[in-house]
Design a protein around this ligand. Structure first.
Ligand SMILES: NC(=O)C1=CN([C@@H]2O[C@H](COP(=O)(O)OP(=O)(O)OC[C@H]3O[C@@H](n4cnc5c(N)ncnc54)[C@H](OP(=O)(O)O)[C@@H]3O)[C@@H](O)[C@H]2O)C=CC1
Ligand SMILES: CCCCCCCCCCCCCCCC(=O)[C@@H](N)CO
Length: 324
């Protein structure tokens, strides 16, 4: 599959990968697919029952069951200081050897109109899980990876730190105000780290951000319970994908060496349309498409904003009541 002209920039065979949010949805599919590619996998999430189930599925997918190792660690990524314990336990389990990849997939979404009485509690929860859950992992693992080591390799293989954002961070969608800032913050963190890591050439770490669009997952079912009607209307333009498809496309993007990884054509257009000062996957193509998107967005945003205004006219302005 990879030859002279298509290097695999994300080799996992024989490497150890830690995945948060690995017991369900996209994270579980990523764990299964990386196991099938020969990785040792550490699953992290809260619910032990679901972790046990996921572990069985991951083990069954192993390319070399006799040599690959799998385990899980139960942790709540919204708890301060969870990450130091997880990293220490993971490295101990890995025989004292460092992890090769940390992929932060644990996340949640509570779509609400921002004037909803529960919007601020939801915003805090989403920020705790989606942003700080990943930032704490990044802080803990970088303090392991960046310790100067007398590496004998002239070109040491880079480690991989992968965040999972959303196309909602690339395009505004009414109803996602409690959620989108937490996913946009991941982009800001990744861009800053990608620059700061130039301070450590001897211990290379590659940062990546995956931007899925709608995933047909247990999380989607949960968020649809509170999703405002106007948000459902806007999302009709998207084609929901299975966790397996999203995982496969995300891994393929990482293997191509991409920085911002998308899992659909619409997502790819949105990435190009939002690049600004972020790293490119292809300077020429991305820049050309960014120019096109800057014109296309005049019409796209006209349409999306028009849909929201029309929703308000036909369904009535949302009733906002002053706090009692
Ligand atoms: N579903 C969608 O439409 C989209 C999702 N995304 C993002 O992609 C990622 C995967 O989404 P999806 O497949 O829907 O995920 P699911 O909601 O289906 O699964 C979430 C996973 O994260 C774990 N998790 C949730 N909260 C915590 C926590 N506080 N601490 C530790 N683990 C936690 C869950 O396990 P447990 O409950 O046991 O802790 C589970 O394994 C998320 O970051 C999501 O925000 C992005 C775009 C679209
Ligand atoms: C470039 C042209 C754009 C055309 C307009 C496209 C309309 C927007 C569709 C995107 C919907 C998916 C949002 C992510 C949902 C999400 O992250 C939550 N489900 C989290 O769980």
């Amino acid at each position: 599959m990879f030859g002279l002209f298509s290097k695999n920039h994300f080799p996992v065979e024989g490497r150890t990968v830690l995945i948060t949010g690995a017991s369900e949805g996209m994270g579980r599919s990523v764990a299964v697919q990386l196991a099938a590619k020969g990785a040792h996998v550490i699953l992290v999430s809260r619910n032990v029952g679901r972790l046990e189930e996921a572990l069985l599925e991951v083990k069954a997918a192993a390319a070399s069951p006799s040599t690959q190792r799998f385990t899980y660690l139960s942790a709540d990524v919204s708890e301060p200081d969870f990450a130091a314990r997880v990293v220490a336990e993971a490295i101990a389990w890995n025989g004292g050897r460092p992890l090769d990849t940390v992929w932060c997939i644990a996340g949640m979404s509570t779509p609400l109109l921002f004037t909803d009485p529960g919007a601020m509690a939801a915003s805090h929860r989403n920020m705790s899980v989606n942003y700080f859950g990943a930032a704490e992992m990044a802080h803990a693992i970088l303090r392991e990876w960046l310790v100067p080591s007398p590496s004998t390799a002239k070109w040491p293989e880079p480690k991989h730190l992968i965040f999972t954002s959303s196309v909602a961070a690339l395009l505004p969608l009414a109803g996602y105000a409690p959620y989108t800032p937490s996913k946009s913050a991941l982009r800001g963190l990744a861009d800053t780290l990608a620059m700061e890591l130039h301070l450590y050439p001897a211990t290379p770490v590659q940062v990546h951000v995956v931007f899925p669009a709608t995933i047909i997952s247990p999380g989607l079912a949960r968020e649809n319970e509170t999703k405002p009607g106007v948000t459902v209307e806007l999302e009709k333009a998207d084609t929901p994908e299975t966790p397996e498809t999203v995982a496969r496309r995300a891994v393929a993007g990482l293997e191509r060496g991409e920085y911002f990884v998308t899992t659909s054509f619409l997502g790819w257009l949105m990435r190009c349309g939002a690049l600004g000062s972020s790293g490119r996957n292809s300077w020429v193509l991305d820049t050309l498409v960014a120019w096109v998107m800057s014109v296309a967005y005049f019409f796209v945003m006209w349409d999306l904003n028009g849909q929201v205004a029309k929703w308000g006219r036909t369904h009535g302005t949302p009733g906002v009541k002053r706090a009692a």
